[in-house]
Structure formats: C-alpha cells, structure tokens
Ligand binder design. Structure first.
Ligand SMILES: [Zn+2]
Length: 294
C-alpha cells in the first residue's frame, strides 16, 4: 500500500508516494496546476460562480442546492450540471491543467447534489427528450460529462466519489460501473474530525475495494493537532492497510502538517510496538521508511 497526501499547497513532501493538490476548490478559487502532482478540481460546486450568477444553481421543488437552504444538509453550493456556459468553462479549466507537466487530474463533486435535483426547466426538458427514467437520465448525464472531461485530460484520470456504496446512482447520478470504465482509480474521501470511532472507515474501505472495478484510494483527514487524534488516525490507516486498498491519502493543511504526522509516528515507540505485535506489516514498513527521513 502506498501512502500519500491531499494538500492545499503545491509542494511535495518527503516520505509520501502520492501527492494530490486541490487546484480548484468549492468556494470557486482556481489555482495554476501543480507540476508533478495529481491535480484535484472541484467541478459543480462553486460558491463564487453562483454568487455572480444565481440562475446557474441546481434546483429542487423545495429550493436550491445551497448551504443556506437548511431543508437539505449540503456542505457546498451546487451548480446545475447541465448549465452549458459553466460546463464549458470548467472543461476548459480541466484542459488547461493538462497543458502543464502534471501527473493527472482528479475530479470531485462533478455530479447532482441529491436525488431531487435538478428540476430547472433545462434539466426537465433534457430528461423528457431522453426517454429515460429519472435515475437513468441523471446517471447518463454525469457519465457523459466525465467522458468529455477525460478526453481533455492527459495522464492519470481519477474521480472522487461520495462514500455511499448503495444509493450513489439514485442520489447523485454516480453509475460506479460505467465510471469504472473511464477512470484509472477511485478516490474515496472518508473525512472525519477524528478516528476514535473508526469501524465505518474500515467497513467502507472494504466495501468499495470489493465492489469497484478499478483500484481504490482512501482519503483520511490528518489536520488534527493532538497526539490522541494522530494515534487513532495511524491505527485506522493500519487497519485499512490490511485490505485491498492501493493507497491511503492523508488530507493535511500544509507540508509542515504532513511532516508532523511522520515525526509523531516515528517517535511513538508504543504505537510502533503495537503495530509489530499485531503484525501490521505494511504500516510498519511505511513508518520504518519515515524513520530514515525524520
Ligand atoms: Zn438543471
């Protein structure tokens, strides 16, 4: 198993095999490509674009897909996935990333906000014209978008997925089988403020590894500053490493945060003895590698 980073800084950190950089974020900020890294772009969540033109927001019968619409539990503001000008703009951005010497492109939030979206007049018209049912049309819309995006990408093409192994197609339009034909790997974020309770993390990692047709990479949050939280995180990474997961990516604020994780692991004799006692070979190998650097 490889160990990697998801970061907001375009810098590689020693001791990590994979580097994923957020080049376009859900607040609408857009950055130049990070060279030599996998560039991760948020597609249809763009608070800035919606502020500039509120008509592009995804709609349901009970209101827009906005954080302030508390009928729903959205963490982001969603653009309608069939909005032609926005689609063209974001596809151009994806293509611009690929003109640089990057490893590849990962897309996140490139789908519908939820099952009851989007019922804007354009989506309803496109759905009726398609002759498909609601679930099929929405899934086809997302898959077609990804096919178009992939044609603009040079190098490794990956997608993040909402970690819902059961209702992904009905809710978000994620046809994981069809998407599996397009991507090099799936990136599954299992974010949390801490991993003191971690059974769900290991369960979902196993479910996706068993059910997806392409390699699975799992993202865990590592921005936590306390020793207890770091300890629980590293044990969770160890349990995930027992399963058919290609890599664990640690989400960090910055490079110093990433090095802090390494130093904590290297200096934590109790943790390293525990990993050896219970035969976590992959995790022991990773931390032994860090010990040569930190
Ligand atoms: Zn729409």
């Amino acid at each position: 198993m490889q160990i990697g980073l998801v970061t907001y800084k375009p810098e590689k950190v020693e001791g990590y095999d994979l580097h994923v950089y957020y080049s376009k974020s859900a607040d609408g900020q857009v950055f130049p490509a990070a060279k030599g890294m996998q560039n991760d772009a948020t597609v249809f969540c763009d608070a800035k674009a919606i502020r500039e033109d509120p008509s592009i927001v995804a709609m349901s019968n009970t209101g827009p897909a906005l954080r302030k619409n508390r009928r729903s539990n959205f963490s982001f503001d969603f653009v309608c996935p069939t909005q032609p000008e926005y689609r063209a703009k974001v596809l151009d951005y994806i293509e611009s990333l690929s003109r640089e010497s990057i490893i590849g492109v990962t897309l996140n939030l490139y789908h519908f906000p939820d099952q009851e979206y989007c019922v804007c007049p354009r989506c309803v018209e496109l759905w009726k014209q398609s002759g498909l049912n609601w679930t099929q049309w929405r899934a086809q819309t997302v898959t077609k978008f990804l096919r178009e995006a992939k044609s603009r990408v040079k190098g490794t093409f990956a997608v993040e997925i909402y970690p819902d192994p059961v209702l992904a197609k009905e809710r978000y339009g994620l046809d994981l089988d069809a998407i599996g034909d397009l991507v090099d790997y799936f990136h599954v974020p299992l974010s949390s403020r801490d991993y003191f309770t971690n059974y769900w993390t290991i369960m979902l990692a196993r479910d996706f590894a068993a059910s997806l047709k392409k390699p699975v990479v799992v993202e865990l949050s590592a921005e936590m500053p306390t020793d207890e939280k770091l300890n629980a995180l590293l044990k969770t990474v160890a349990y995930v490493s027992r399963h058919k997961v290609d890599a664990v990516l640690l989400l960090v604020h910055d490079s110093e945060n990433a090095r802090q994780v390494c130093r904590f692991a290297v200096q934590n004799r109790e943790l390293r003895d525990w990993l050896e006692k219970y035969d976590f070979k992959e995790m022991t190998r990773i931390i032994d590698g860090w010990a040569k650097l930190y």
